[in-house]
Design a protein around this ligand. Structure first.
Ligand code: AMP
Length: 431
């Protein structure tokens, strides 16, 4: 019997997990041999702890569960156990054949999704210092899933992988070069989102995908990627997901001297500084109100207006910078919570880029696209929704197929899964 196949003949289920510091997002897909995986349900355990809330939505939008268990949900393993309870009632006859995990950091070597075995898990744990706020939670989710789905193929999908083909020029900080060798380099993040958008563009707007594009992932986390003919060449995030654009609660790029000053003169401790940069800065820090753009857009407070102006200013400047890297710009693509939903932010960014020949069609922008540029615009502008979970499901199924067909050997003996074999193989994963 093929132990990876699950319990229901003919039905292959894949589970996707995104384990954050206080949340567990998940989705269930069914393999469709001829199409993309079919999403059956999506859910989240929010605020893991005493006030945790579990919500599950079926593919048709119907709410399956919305509950706050008495006593809360103490940790990732308990959250997963809760989710499994739901899965058991939802699909009692089937087990997931593959579990795809969103892993924030693949380090310098992991350039494509990979089956997780003990060796890979160790390698990922060694990367924890590179992403101390995210990687340990991601791996806690992996361990919980390995215990819960012992027969499933576990697959790691990296947020850094998409950017692996960047030139060394764009991976190197202007610091003594020994730090590059020590791993202090620009990695870039939001890779699964960029892959999802590039894939959708390739299907729906192949002429756009073939050109020089900037994808603006504007959500609570925000970054941009410069992509030429589907190949990533630069991004605004660097060593950590703090770099680049102003975000919901993160600062984005700062004069490094500010950090020295805050440590030396203001006397902030390292944990205080870390908390401020990740949780208390960005839209929330400047507005003093909220990290949610909807709250700021509805506010008459001058600080809210300033926060929005700063967000837009930095975003538009980043498009300019990435256009220089690309040697011109054919299209600007908006995605994620703000990019997909805020016509005001899109219009304000586009206004600042009018000198490049970008103009929006106000009606198309108001209705959300997908094409929002005016007919006469020299640069096309589009809104494309991102679907990181579907991307993870596709990767997990691809790795599962490799395992089943023997093109990937058992854990630990898979030569294609060894870090050195995956060096500079970006593009492989753009399935
Ligand atoms: P994400 O991280 O991609 O889920 O994006 C979340 C953010 O998108 C929220 O914090 C809001 O700031 C923003 N957002 C979502 N919907 C809207 C909307 N209709 N208008 C403006 N901003 C929105």
């Amino acid at each position: 019997m093929d132990e990876t196949r699950g319990l229901s003949p003919g039905e292959t289920l894949v589970f996707t997990l995104n384990a954050g510091s206080s949340s567990l997002k998940f989705a269930l897909f069914r393999e469709d041999p001829d199409e993309d995986p079919e999403r059956l349900a999506t859910g989240v355990v929010e605020a893991i702890g005493p006030n945790a809330r579990l919500r599950v939505t079926h593919a048709d939008g119907g709410v399956a569960i919305d509950e706050r268990p008495a006593g809360g949900i103490p940790n990732q393993a308990a959250a997963l156990a809760r989710v499994l309870g739901w899965l058991e009632s939802f699909r009692p006859e089937a087990a997931a054949a593959a579990v795809g995990h969103r892993i924030v950091h693949g380090g310098p070597d992991l350039a494509r999704p990979v089956r997780i075995d003990a060796e890979i898990l160790d390698a990922l744990a060694r990367l924890e210092p590179l992403a101390p706020l995210h990687q340990p939670n991601n791996l806690a989710g992996v361990r919980a899933a390995m215990a819960a789905f012992p027969q499933a193929v576990q697959v790691a999908c990296f947020d850094t992988a998409f950017h692996q083909s960047h030139d060394r020029l764009r991976q190197t900080f202007p610091l003594p070069l020994k730090y590059y060798e020590a791993g202090v380099r620009r990695y870039g993040f939001h890779g699964l989102s960029y892959e999802s958008v590039v894939d959708r563009l390739g299907r729906q707007f192949p002429e756009v995908a073939a050109g020089r594009i900037v994808v603006a992932h504007l959500g609570n986390g925000a970054s941009m990627a410069a992509i030429r003919a589907g190949r990533p060449v630069a991004t605004t995030m660097g060593f950590t997901a703090l770099d680049g654009l102003m975000m919901g609660t993160r600062s984005g790029s700062l004069d490094p001297g500010v950090l020295l000053y805050l440590l030396e003169v203001e006397g902030l401790s390292l944990p205080e500084l870390t908390h401020m940069l990740y949780e208390e800065s960005g839209l929330r820090g400047v507005s003093g109100l909220s990290n949610d753009l909807r709250v700021l857009e509805a506010s008459a407070e001058p600080a809210a207006a300033l926060a929005i102006e700063m967000f837009v200013d930095r975003a538009a400047r980043a498009v300019g910078e990435l256009a220089v890297v690309l040697g011109g710009l054919d299209a600007l693509v908006f995605t994620a919570g703000i990019g997909e939903n805020s016509a005001r932010i899109r219009a304000s960014i586009a206004e600042r880029l009018a000198f490049l020949g970008l103009s929006l069609d106000p009606q198309a922008n108001a209705s959300g696209g997908p094409v929002i540029s005016a007919t006469a615009s020299l640069i096309r502008a589009l809104v494309v929704s991102t679907d990181e979970e579907a991307m993870i499901a596709r990767h997990a199924l691809a790795v599962l197929r490799e395992v089943r067909t023997g093109t990937s050997a058992a854990p630990g003996r898979d030569s294609s899964a060894r870090p050195e074999a995956r060096r500079h193989r970006s593009g492989d994963f753009l399935c």
